[in-house]
Design a protein around this ligand. Structure first.
Ligand code: 6CS
Length: 356
């Protein structure tokens, strides 16, 4: 299971190689060349391992792009563990060492504080259909594009990957249960503030270190969508999985900005076309994955699944509201506007959905 620990040894070498190769690949070589058989390689790095939501997305993205480019484009996928941590992947994409990357706000907010909005609790809808509609709206994407551009990135899509689930060795139903609870979070300052607001003791760290943190007793629990808890084996070290439906795990698909802007028009359109096609496709897949993985965990035995009721959730909702001021403090007027627009869009889409 921990292939990625072994592979970490190769990380430095791969990083060096990718940076050195920057400019020799992924920039429309085939189009520039007279050799009709020349291929352009696009490198696509993931924050998740093979079989994950991001891997499923990348495989289908690759299949559709390669097929429609008549062999002119080849996409090489690097699952988590082959290159580096989420933050390192973003850094390499900024430098042009890879062309495409998944960058989730849980880590990316260190660099682009505005995307931390997606790590705020009780912001998105309880309805998957509403979240899919709001997050894929190009007007919502446009709110973040200037910040991505400032960081040499192009934001291509915002993708929900399922409800965040707490894992622990005791049931977590109240704020009291979370008191001083050492919970691993991604590195976003908003996530740290969110768990502090619950009275917990948040411990930010990279994804690859979570399993050993649980195993060695450095952590009491962690939070991730069900598919990840299963494929990263976190459940093996935990007795309870708790769904508070407090937040979705959201990721963003990004590209190196210069590379994207320099793509021949038809290739840029192809990327946008496939991106649009995959909105519903990946959402249906991720929803199915959560249930399948939960079934798998429960079938293995030794883990109890708890869903908090509305009254229990309300206490967490109330405690989470102060974190919105922290987000606004960190992001100023831009963040305030982003937060207002997203809250309003979710409210309107919820009202429309419930009235259907
Ligand atoms: O917890 C994390 O750090 C990671 N979790 C998921 C589901 N995807 C990528 C992210 O880095």
């Amino acid at each position: 299971m921990y292939r990625f620990f072994a592979r970490a040894v190769a990380t430095i070498a791969v990083l060096a190689l990718l940076s050195a190769c920057s400019g020799n690949s992924g920039s429309g070589d085939a189009a520039d060349s007279n050799d009709a058989t020349a291929k352009t390689e696009w490198r696509f790095a993931l924050e998740e391992i093979e079989g994950s939501v991001q891997d499923t997305y990348a495989q289908e993205f690759k299949r559709r792009i390669e097929e429609r480019s008549d062999g002119a484009i080849e996409i090489k996928i690097y699952p988590y563990g082959q290159i580096g941590t989420s933050s390192q992947l973003t850094e390499i994409a900024q430098r042009g060492g890879i062309e495409l990357v998944f960058a989730s706000p849980g880590h990316l907010a260190d660099l682009i504080p505005e995307v931390g909005v997606f790590t705020l609790h009780f912001l998105l809808s309880e309805h998957d259909e509403v979240n899919r509609e709001v997050l894929s709206d190009e007007k919502i994407r446009a709110l973040f594009q200037p910040e991505y551009h400032d960081q040499d990135l192009e934001l291509l899509d915002i993708i929900p990957e399922g409800w965040m689930i707490w894992s622990a060795n005791k049931p977590l139903r109240t704020l009291d249960d979370l008191k001083d609870f050492r919970i691993r979070t991604m590195t976003s300052p908003i996530l740290v503030a969110s768990y502090k607001a619950y009275g917990a003791s948040p411990t930010p760290m990279p994804y690859a270190e979570v399993y050993s943190g649980l195993q060695l007793g450095q952590l009491d629990g962690q939070v991730n969508p069900m598919f990840a808890i299963e494929e990263m084996s976190f459940y093996e070290e935990q007795d309870y999985l708790i769904s508070a439906r407090h937040a979705q795990f959201v990721s963003t698909l990004a590209a190196n900005r210069d590379w994207f802007e320099a793509l021949p028009e038809e290739q840029r359109e192809l990327v946008n076309e496939v991106r649009d096609e995959l909105i519903d496709w990946i959402d249906d897949k991720q929803i199915a994955y959560q249930q399948e993985r939960l079934d798998k965990i429960l079938a293995a035995g030794g883990t109890e699944y708890i869903e908090l009721d509305d009254e229990e959730r309300q206490a967490f909702r109330d405690a989470s509201m102060s974190v919105r001021d922290i987000y606004i403090d960190q992001t100023g007027d831009t963040g305030r506007e982003i937060l207002d627009i997203i809250s309003r869009r979710v409210e309107e889409a919820d009202a429309g959905f419930e009235g259907r």
